[in-house]
Design a protein around this ligand. Sequence first.
Ligand code: PMP
Length: 287
Amino acid sequence: MSRIVYLNGEYLPEGEAKISIFDRGFLMADGVYEVTSVLDGKLVDFDGHVVRLARSLGELDMGNPLSKEELLVIHRELLMRNDLVNGGIYLQITRGAPGDRDFVFPDPETTPQTVVLFTQSNPDLLNNPKAENGIKVISIADERWGRRDIKTVQLLYPSMGKMMAKAAGCDDAWLVEDGAVTEGTSNNAYIVKGGKIITRNLSNDILHGITRAAVLRFAREAQMEVEERAFTIEEAQAADEAFITSATMFVTPVVEIDGAAIGSGKPGNVAPRLREIYIEESRKSAI
Ligand code: PMP
């Protein structure tokens, strides 16, 4: 069965969904995106993703073509039409296709934005072997642009980072700037020391992860100590545990950084516990 996707107001078989070669998303990476995870056929943290989407659009002086209610209808329609149980919904909004290539932003009155959504099935969302065994990461220089708080589609460097990790026999890369870890290529990064959870403070240097916000809230509710500050790779290698969070990986332990085992070299107690809490709470609040 062909996947049904959403493009500018229409639900189409994926092969029939076409956009212009002049689309600024294609020519200039002039677009933003969100990925909302789908658990048991329901949307996790939908409100958080909609709020971040609005913020990304606003920071780039782009309009917000769809209301929260309209977005919810589209998300649910795609879930239904594709029988999606576990996985995610990808959403992208670009500044549209002005009919030629120009650095200057087109007039939004005459150039409608492009809106695309599609489902991605992930039967291993809950039983991901990476969650069970942990992942290995390398560190690389953070060579992205300075507005990482905006969720833009310019993902070339993160993509290169994943390839560098793969070439080193690892799963992902942690990005380092001015001696401190910013985040993972597509996730937020954490260490645990003496029971305390440490993760980079929010700024323009990192994406404000929706999963990050939820996990830190649950950790505090469970009386765990949280410190939001920068940390180095050396500090991470000497930590008791390390882990990442994202909408697609939830909470996933990190067991090795640049070849050094973290703690025992196996997932510890904190990350698996946080994963359990996160999944339990997300199941309750998913819509
Ligand atoms: N940082 C980066 C750079 C990311 O790409 C992502 C996932 N898109 C995250 C963090 C995690 O964000 P979220 O929890 O909202 O998926």
